[in-house]
Design a protein around this ligand. Sequence first.
Ligand code: HEC
Length: 320
Amino acid sequence: MNKFTISALALAVAGVFNMAYAADEQPTLSVEKKAAAAKVYFERCAGCHGILRKGATGKNLEPKNTAKLGQNRLEKIISYGTEGGMVNFDDILSKDDISMMATYIQQTPDTPPEFGMKDMLASWKVMVKPEDRPTKQMNKINLKNVFSVTLRDTGEVALIDGDTKQIWGIVKTGYAVHISRLSASGRYVYVIGRDTGYGAAQEVALKIKETCAIHAEAYSSSEVLHGPLQLVTKPLLILILDTGMPLVQDSLDTAEARFRAAGGAVQRLRPADVGAEGLTPAAAAALLLTLVYPVILAVAVALGHDPDRPATLSKVTQTT
Ligand code: HEC
């Protein structure tokens, strides 16, 4: 063996050793950065990639996959998105944050705080006790062909018989229903709602339309940037109802910044504006409504409408 082959061999061995070492070593973040990254992940990524990063709409982001892509490639993907449906974040996150997220997703996923069986049972309201429930089907509806339709502005869900196309029931669900899902047995429909501020916004939009005949729409702060942002190319007033819940602050901040940057007239209302602190989300939403109602009333009257008698509406909702 000449000198050259020996040193080449030594390099190759060192290379293999380095690779093995690199695979073992996880990139690191300081404790504060890691907490910040976990928050961004929960708010911006978990919806598509899953809280445990096992993948859902988006791909699996566990270290066994992300480490192969490496820091640079991950930063590019997070910044610019991909044609396969990964969204770009270069207009939402700073370069530093994108780099932090690329590092974060190469680490072992955190165990999320659990909303366990105990918490669920504590929040459970039983409307009809199990022993009082019917044991056989009490209607003639084909339960295999039922549509659950969210009646957005009224805070209800309509159940429509898919065979006859008739509405056969309207259930009060509370505002801001996001999705309906059937239970495995088909006996129950679960509806899942959003933060109460969104519910209050739907009520405000409805009342502005009803009493002032002005078009108004309610959006959650996460949806509003998908398309409605474009409306701000014409004069637009944006009213943000902020319940003060920590979890929604980032999302509201982003929406506010984007609308302001695009030239929209933004007003953000918080319970704290009138000195109210520590309210539950539902109480905060109710308070926000009491702040907005007098303004809507004044506008309606100024426009010459009678808010108690909207010209085209009757008080009775007939569904048959
Ligand atoms: C709207 C849904 C959605 C959101 C939100 C989202 N992603 Fe994705 N992501 C996807 C989809 C879909 C893909 C697969 C894209 C493809 O195959 O080209 C993907 C792919 C990726 C990939 C490439 C994975 C691979 O193996 O190729 C990375 C990395 C990634 N996302 C990181 C993130 C991070 C970090 C966030 C939050 C800052 C995030 N994503 C938020 C939908 C999303």
